[in-house]
Design a binder for this molecule. Structure first.
Ligand SMILES: C[S@@+](CC[C@H](N)C(=O)[O-])C[C@H]1O[C@@H](n2cnc3c(N)ncnc32)[C@H](O)[C@@H]1O
Length: 402
């Protein structure tokens, strides 16, 4: 979107055009007719108006209040999902905060709900203007995150991660580059959101690394400076959303808004990690949430839920029950990693389809599945793991919720 497009959309005529576009259906079957209808009203600004209203649709459930915002599809793709942004904002309650990569203001909109005062800035003037319009409670300007125009505020940053649609793994390739950003904000309290796959060990960072998952998918690794970490080095934050009023897995929700209740389980390296490893499984094998695994807190989480490891080096856990809010597999048979033996056992159990989990063994699940030529009717699961340096396969019932 050009600055001129945005100028127009913020006028009364622009708002009227957005209203026309907002009432139309841009799904695949209707997109041609709807685009034509907007073009008939204003051919020059139709594309910008359609970008905004389709971005609003895409942002529904991801950004609170998106239906009233001016934003673009690209900005929505980069925005932090509101339950994650809101939880971060809760940790910054009553502080003065400066979001130095505020984009169109998704995260900024969460910060103004909790922080004492909020400043936002972005290098992109169009996005900064959108943020000004979208988050009236924040003071927004155009600025380089590497020269932030604030002095004492907590710095919040979310460097851009995608370039040409591809994920970036090298921190120096982010925009702004992470090593340079850390150098600039190192002396101040700061929170920097990173991609979960980023190699944070190469960074000059002391403080907490928080790995966050939302509804089972790992979303981010967030770097909290020492002053904000409360002495924690590693934290896994497992976030689950359910409908408001529905029972959650771990007692009362941390947050409730827009018909959604946000439930949270946290585990840190300050928790007890004293667990046994025993090669014989109990009734269930439990695969911990990805945030727990990536944060290196499998033993701490296992201890909390009364689980054991099958092998001290592998993240597969076992216990008499599946912890509430997580999933696992009932153990049926134990086999060697031998195709003939597996085929025989699976045929006897009438297996027709299966989920395959692999840890610690060099096996491609798709290749293994194909080689087993399943012909039965029951769904089952295979847990391929390593115990005492040998590959072991557990034939299990299908994934179950605890
Ligand atoms: C991933 S987006 C941030 C998304 C934001 N946290 C949200 O939830 O909407 C990254 C933003 O950083 C901005 N950016 C990139 N380099 C910058 C720099 N050197 N200074 C300030 N902003 C920058 C981009 O324009 C983009 O809007």
């Amino acid at each position: 979107m050009t600055p001129e497009d945005l100028d127009f959309l913020l006028t009364a005529a622009g708002r009227a055009l957005l209203e026309v576009a907002d009432g139309l259906d841009f799904s695949r079957t209707q997109v041609v007719a709807s685009t034509e209808a907007v073009r008939r009203v204003d051919p020059q600004h139709a594309a910008a108006a359609i970008d905004v209203v389709t971005a609003r649709t895409r942002a529904a459930g991801r950004i609170r209040g998106a239906d009233r915002m001016v934003l673009t599809d690209e900005a929505v793709q980069q925005a932090t999902a509101w339950p994650v942004a809101a939880l971060r904002a809760l940790r910054l309650s009553s502080r003065v905060v400066h979001d130095v990569t505020c984009s169109v203001g998704a995260e900024l909109g969460e910060l103004v709900r909790t922080a004492d005062r909020v400043v936002g800035s972005d290098l992109d003037p169009v996005r900064a203007r959108m943020a000004t319009r979208n988050v009236p409670g924040a003071l927004v300007c155009v600025a380089d995150a590497l020269a932030p125009p604030s002095r004492d505020a907590v710095i919040v940053a979310d460097p851009a991660r995608r370039s040409g649609g591809r994920r970036i793994h090298d921190p120096a390739q982010l925009s702004p580059p992470l090593p340079a950003l850390l150098e600039v904000v190192g002396g101040r309290d700061h929170v920097i959101k990173c991609a979960p796959g980023l190699d944070t060990s190469v960074l000059d960072h002391r403080g907490e690394v928080e790995v966050v998952s939302l509804d089972g998918s790992v979303r981010e690794a967030c770097l909290w400076s020492e002053g904000l970490s409360g002495g924690v080095g590693r934290r896994a934050t497992v976030v689950r959303t359910v409908g408001a009023g529905e029972p959650g897995p771990w007692g009362p929700p941390r947050l409730e808004s827009d018909g959604v209740a946000v439930h949270v389980e946290e585990v840190t390296d300050g928790d007890d990690d004293d667990v046994d490893a025993h090669p014989e499984p109990e009734a269930f094998i439990v695969d911990p949430d990805g945030a727990v695994v990536r944060a290196g807190l499998v033993r701490h989480w296992a201890r909390r839920h009364g689980l054991r490891q099958l092998d001290p080096r592998i993240a597969h856990l076992t216990g008499p029950e599946i912890p509430p809010g997580y999933s696992g597999f009932e153990v049926l048979d134990r086999c060697r990693l031998d195709r003939k033996e597996l085929r025989r056992v699976l045929r006897a159990r009438d297996c027709g389809s299966m989920e395959i989990l692999v840890r610690g063994v060099d096996v491609d699940p798709d290749v293994l599945r194909k080689s087993l030529a399943l012909k039965g009717s029951r769904p089952l699961a295979l847990v391929v793991t390593r115990i005492d340096r040998s590959a072991v396969v557990f034939v299990c019932g299908p994934r179950r919720r605890g």
